[in-house]
Design a protein around this ligand. Structure first.
Ligand SMILES: [Zn+2]
Length: 189
C-alpha cells in the first residue's frame, strides 16, 4: 500500500480498511467526477426528496444543534472554538473599518448580487425567520417583484391619466428597472 495519496501526494494516514490509493478528499472527488449525468440527477432527486419529507429539516436541525451542544460541553473542543473566535476577532480588529466594509460588501454582492437592494431585507427575513431555503426565498422575492411591478404599472397608468407627469416619470424609472431584472431572470431559466 502506498504511503502517499496517488492524486495529491499527501501522506496517507494509516487505515487498514483503505482499499484504494487515494486520501479521503481525493477519493470523494474521484467518485464525483466519474458520475454520469443520470447518476448525478438521481442523487439530486434523492436528496431533494429526503429534504422535502415533512419533519426532516427539523430533525436535521435538531441533531445538528444537539451535536453542537455536545461538542461545546467538551472543554477541549470549547477551548478550540474560543481560540478560533479570538483569532478571527484579532484579524478583524487588525483591519481598517474601510477594508472591513469592503469585505462585507463583496461578500454581500457575491451572495445577493442578483437581488435588488430594496428587496434584500425581504430576502433575509424569508431565509432567517421563515426558514426558507435560498432557492425558495429567491423565488418568493421574484414573485414579490412581479406583484410590485403590476402595482407600479397601475399607478403609472393612473398618474399618466391624471396628468401627474413627474410622478409618472418616477414610476416609469422603477418599472423599467424591475422589468429588466425580471426579464434577465426569465432568460436564465
Ligand atoms: Zn489526495
Amino acid at each position: 500500500m502506498s504511503a502517499v495519496c496517488s492524486d495529491c501526494a499527501k501522506p496517507l494516514a494509516v487505515n487498514p480498511r483503505r482499499k484504494g490509493t487515494r486520501c479521503v478528499a481525493c477519493a470523494a472527488r474521484h467518485r464525483q467526477s466519474n458520475l454520469s449525468a443520470g447518476e448525478r440527477a438521481a442523487i439530486a432527486a434523492r436528496c431533494s426528496a429526503a429534504w422535502n419529507v415533512p419533519g426532516y429539516r427539523e430533525r436535521v436541525a435538531a441533531s445538528a444543534s444537539e451535536g453542537q451542544r455536545r461538542r461545546m460541553s467538551d472543554p477541549v473542543e470549547l477551548a478550540k472554538v474560543q481560540a478560533n473566535c479570538r483569532r478571527a476577532q484579532s484579524m478583524r480588529t487588525g483591519q481598517s473599518a474601510e477594508s472591513r466594509r469592503k469585505i462585507s460588501r463583496a461578500t454581500t454582492e457575491q451572495y445577493l448580487g442578483w437581488c435588488p437592494v430594496a428587496y434584500r431585507p425581504l430576502y433575509r427575513s424569508l431565509v432567517k425567520s421563515n426558514k426558507l431555503r435560498a432557492a425558495e426565498a429567491r423565488e418568493a422575492v421574484f414573485e414579490s417583484m412581479r406583484v410590485d411591478l403590476r402595482r407600479l404599472e397601475r399607478e403609472h397608468r393612473r398618474a399618466t391619466c391624471s396628468g401627474a407627469i413627474l410622478a409618472a416619470q418616477a414610476l416609469a424609472v422603477q418599472i423599467t428597472a424591475l422589468r429588466g431584472i425580471l426579464e434577465s431572470k426569465s432568460g436564465e431559466n
